[in-house]
Design a binder for this molecule. Sequence first.
Ligand code: FAD
Length: 516
Amino acid sequence: MEFIFLCSRVNVLILLLTLCSPYKFIQSPMDFGPLNLLQTTYESSRDFGRIVFNTPAAVLRPQSKTDISLLLSSLSTSSLSRVTVSARGAGHSIHGQAQAVDGIVVEMESLPLEMEIHRREGENEISFMDVSSGALWIEVLKESLKFGMAPRSWTDYLHLTVGGTLSNAGISGQTFKFGPQISNVLQLEVVTGQGEFVTCSRTENSELFYSVLGGLGQFGIITKARIILQKAPEKVKWIRAFYDDFDTFTKDQELLVSMPDSVDYVEGFKVLNEQSLHSSSVGFPGNIGFVPDFGTKEKPKVYFCIEFAVHDYQLEHINVDEVVRDISRQMSYMQVQFYSVEVSYFDFLDRVSMEEISLRRKGLWDVHHPWLNMFVPKSGIVEFKELLMEYISPDDFMGLILIYPLLRDKWDGNMSAVLPEVGSTDRVMYVVGVLQSASPDTCNHLCLHNLLQHQRSFAQTACDRIGAKQYLGHQPSMLHWREHFSRKWDRFARRKSRFDPNYILGPGQGIFTNPQ
Ligand code: FAD
């Protein structure tokens, strides 16, 4: 294990740990290539959002779960329990959630990669993969495909770690069918805030299992997960259909999610301007001949696109084109604006990589990302759309606005993830992702500050008026977190004092403050 020592504040801790553990410390930049040290501190002080930059006191690169357990047990039993610890996956958070100002960042990608497939052929048996939590989903996909298998539930982007997405929820176009990624886990291995190593599942140490899933890194560090697998299709029929009316768009989305036996993936996005049409189509390998009239600045016209997919297992008795035709006959998209392509399952799941490559080429990947994701009750989706029109100006919006339905009964209320309480009897709710980019070349500090202020007031209005809840969000204070968790707050706080009683873990979320 490497422990990179960066600041005098943890000097005592390091001495303490040196005495009682077999850690190998690198005590000065001279023991370590300066370049490497620089990269390490730089990486762990930032994330995809490029909004928050907190420098930790030290970075731990664990070589085993024992390293993590030793760190946490040493901290929680010493007078240094005020030192906080954050697990960092791929650092694709937006608001510094995996950072630890003056604390210790544990880089989970350093854990040796372990992926073990257990294929089960029996009718009632479930195949699964045991995977180390620092693995990226793209690695999980590549490994499982070697066995003709794949996880059932995904995120759009696959360069995220297993531990990182399981700490949130992990959603994509398959969520309506199988639930979020947290609903597709059989077992976890976790190191609690006290350094205790625990295996947990729905039947064994279940309280920890439910706490950690969607738990924002507050209760323990996940070191391994057991993920459900299914047979992977050979190919995917990938369809895009356009709408000029929001009600018809959502009605068709709801129709699609009511057909889980034939539809395998449903998403959708708002087409605000030329840029949003082109940027969202980078990964779509078909030619889209849609040339919409976007109206004028005074009277803009917007469109919507449904994206859905049907898996093709290349079974002779199933004609996938016929399945798609049957589905499309029931839909009400704009005449002719229906496009379909066939791609490999891998390319379909890895589609955002194409966008990443394109954005990197244009220098638009390493920019500010003031993203906002919200779960919106079905009863409030029309009002949310109206609010969004006031919040976003089609003229200068750079990015993507995702809108797609999820089904509440695919989520487990025992887990920590938070859904809207309003409209809880509606089976459908929506996720809306306002995935905005702002280049530092055109948006300075003040501009970013204003964007974030504007976003905060929009999100607050959506919460107060519609009962929407933020996903992957950051709240400005504990009071706001209480409001966010609402009825789930007491349980969340109780679980925190049980599994991380010294409040060591997850400082970057800003939910609890270390009371020491
Ligand atoms: P980090 O950002 O490194 O960490 C996130 C949080 O999890 C932190 O609080 C951290 O402390 C904690 N954590 C990390 N690892 C562990 C662990 N092993 N044990 C305990 N806690 C841990 N999300 C979706 O749901 N669906 C999407 O389609 C989707 N698309 C995305 C596309 C892009 C381009 C980006 C940048 C993000 C996207 N996300 C999506 C959001 C993503 O799921 C979250 O940001 C997730 O946290 C990223 O994982 P990570 O490995 O980078 O985690």
